[in-house]
Ligand binder design. Structure first.
Ligand code: FAD
Length: 567
């Protein structure tokens, strides 16, 4: 081996340092592999690089709000949930990272060490067996090569390490896990939960599961994290490590092993395939500052650049053997991209309960586990949806809600007002060959990498699901005693759900899928894709904890295969 190659050679390379890449790094380093993590964005060190974490509203130039100028400069990324003056530095700038929307698609990205783990919403429910089996069973997808039982121990492994709060509810449609205590339900949430169960015995409004340390265990303290302070400032980065991010948890843990090297400002251009060896030997990287190109080598490669960027890297990994992208003999790479349906919500009021207070903030919501199409295909659409729910007291009496000024208004705001309630949907969508991403033939980014074209849209199935969600949710709130219940449809484009998935799906058959049951490319076994790109279907639960579980599972398998000399 030449000196140059030797210097750039590791046991494993991980592309991307976000939620899934952090997990790959942790597992591979812990299991003794010298691991290089390549990250296109800048470094973000836990605590030190959270510049706004402790700022009160009045210290922000615009009190944390967005100005017209900000909206004009970043019209796309500023649509992201929770985006604001206080956390804009954890999102990309529109102009720096163009892509081509053949159909409207809001691609929300955070390019930095930690990726979107810094800004995610932290909802962490497990998938149920139904989500794995029903696409094939009801004919709207191919079979997953694994089922709930294959991932259950890995969910436990992840939950214990990251810390997930929740209640054990014994629901088949939303399995229990290794939970820390949940936050409290307030009085109105308790009533609505009870009333819904009375009227609909198969519907359960319970605590959702969240990656927050309500009562840290030793393993969390060992990571340097402490109890969640319920400040609800999570998207600025949490100096307490109260919620899980790669920066507070997996990356520092991996670093402690002495096996981790993180290289920020390193955009992966492609994976290098050696035809003689019949496997990948490394990756080609462009330094985002100097634009210098360097190759790095390793025995295994984990691709964790987030769903669409992982598709991009694979599509751009062209060789004589794979002229259409790595592992893409069947032409399906980039196809069957799907997302989750966040198009609808309901809101209303609950009269009374004015002697019920709650104290402090609460970074969590309740969830109504999916109740549609579980044991039979019962609706005129495929798939199911979960429903997030909240109930809060407004500040000040109802008549002050339109915004006034003056001392009386300010005084009124010191008193709690009426109760308002809301529900919003998170729905499964059907992966389709027509919903795809591909590379532009003629347009490139500033590093010479082809731009991604997104061609993804909602369909009639989604419209029917929205209708059902709205009818059912309105009816449930009314039966629970709520008044003035209104329905809303936001007509948002796909992508804004920030749960994009697929394009490099797992499956049993190499003719119809790209990855096997261990997330290895069928045709290039030392490349593992364990982020959202691997998803065979979308399910209705928040997906990121599944990416973490699949990553830990695949990493352990990869190390085992290396030890056996198979990789
Ligand atoms: C506001 C918000 C709320 C959310 N709420 C939830 C929720 O409640 N529950 C849930 O499950 N999910 C939620 N998500 C989604 C969640 O953040 C993502 O599913 C998750 O971060 C995906 O993990 P990942 O590792 O695939 O990608 P990321 O965390 O995005 O990390 C990918 C990393 O790869 C880097 N990268 C990209 N391309 C390259 C390249 N070519 N070379 C080198 N590096 C590259 C990126 O810079 C990034 O750091 C939310 C997201 C946001 C923004």
């Amino acid at each position: 081996m030449s000196k140059g190659i030797d210097k750039n050679t590791y046991d494993a390379i991980v592309i991307g340092s976000g939620i899934s890449g952090g997990w790959a790094a942790k597992e591979l380093c812990e299991q003794g592999l010298k691991t290089l993590v390549l990250e296109r964005g800048r470094n973000v060190e836990h605590v030190k690089d959270y510049p706004t974490a402790n700022m009160p509203p009045w210290d922000f130039k615009h009190r944390g709000r967005m100005t017209t100028a900000m909206l004009k400069e970043d019209p796309l990324i500023s649509k992201a949930a929770g985006y604001g003056e206080d956390n804009a530095h954890f999102f990309v700038k529109d102009k720096d990272h163009p892509y081509i929307q053949e159909k409207p698609f809001d691609w929300i990205r955070g390019y930095q060490v930690g990726g979107k783990s810094l800004t995610w919403g932290r909802a962490c429910q497990r998938w149920s067996q139904y989500e794995f089996t029903n696409p094939e069973r009801y004919g709207y997808g191919i079979a997953w090569p694994i089922g709930y039982d294959d991932v259950a121990p890995w969910y436990s492994h992840v939950e214990k390490f990251i810390g997930v709060c929740g209640n054990k509810d014994g629901l088949e449609s939303m399995p229990d896990g290794e939970f820390l205590p949940p936050f409290d339900m307030n009085a109105v949430q308790q009533t609505i939960s009870k009333k819904i169960s009375e009227h609909y015995p198969d519907r359960h409004l319970v605590h959702a599961r969240w990656a927050h340390l309500t009562k840290p265990n030793q393993i969390h303290l060992d990571q340097g994290r402490v109890q969640c302070q319920a400040r609800n400032l999570c998207m600025r980065g949490c100096p307490f490590g109260g919620y899980f991010s790669s920066n507070s948890s997996t990356l520092p843990w991996a670093k402690r092993t002495g096996n981790l090297t993180v290289r920020p400002f390193s955009v992966v251009h492609s994976i290098i395939y050696d035809e003689k060896l019949g496997k990948a030997t490394g990756v080609r990287v462009i330094d985002t500052n100097t634009k210098e190109q360097t190759d790095y080598f390793a025995r295994i490669i984990f691709l964790n650049a987030s769903a669409l960027n992982s598709n991009l890297v694979l599509l751009n990994s062209k060789s004589k053997r794979f002229p259409n992208g790595l592992g893409n003999d069947n032409g399906l790479l980039g196809k069957y991209v799907a997302f989750q349906n966040y198009r609808a919500s309901v809101g209303g009021e609950m009269e009374g309960y004015l002697d019920s207070y709650y104290y402090g903030r609460n970074p969590t919501e309740l969830i109504l586990a999916n109740y549609r199409n579980l044991n039979t295909q019962e609706t005129d659409y495929f798939g199911g949806f979960t429903t997030f729910m909240g109930a809060n007291r407004e500040r000040g009496p109802a008549e002050t809600q339109n915004g006034e000024i003056g001392a009386a208004y300010k005084d009124a705001l010191t008193e709690p007002g009426r109760w308002t309630v809301y529900m919003y949907m998170q729905g499964e969508t059907v992966p389709k060959i027509t919903n795809h991403v591909r590379l532009s033939d003629d347009q490139k980014d500033q590093w010479g990498i082809p731009l991604l074209i997104t061609s993804v849209e909602y369909d009639a199935n989604d419209e029917r699901m929205v209708k059902d969600f709205l009818t059912q949710s309105k009816e449930m709130l009314e039966k629970a005693g709520c008044t003035n219940v209104s329905t809303y449809e936001n007509n948002q484009a796909p992508g804004l759900d920030i749960h994009e998935m697929g394009g490099c799906r797992m499956g049993k058959d190499p003719a119809t899928s790209l990855l096997n049951e261990w997330n290895q490319l069928h045709l290039c076994k030392n490349v593992f894709v364990t982020d959202g790109a691997c998803m065979t279907s979308t399910g209705n639960q928040s997906p990121s904890i599944l990416y973490m579980a699949l990553t830990a599972r695949a990493a352990t398998y990869a190390v085992g295969e290396m030890k056996k000399g198979n990789l």
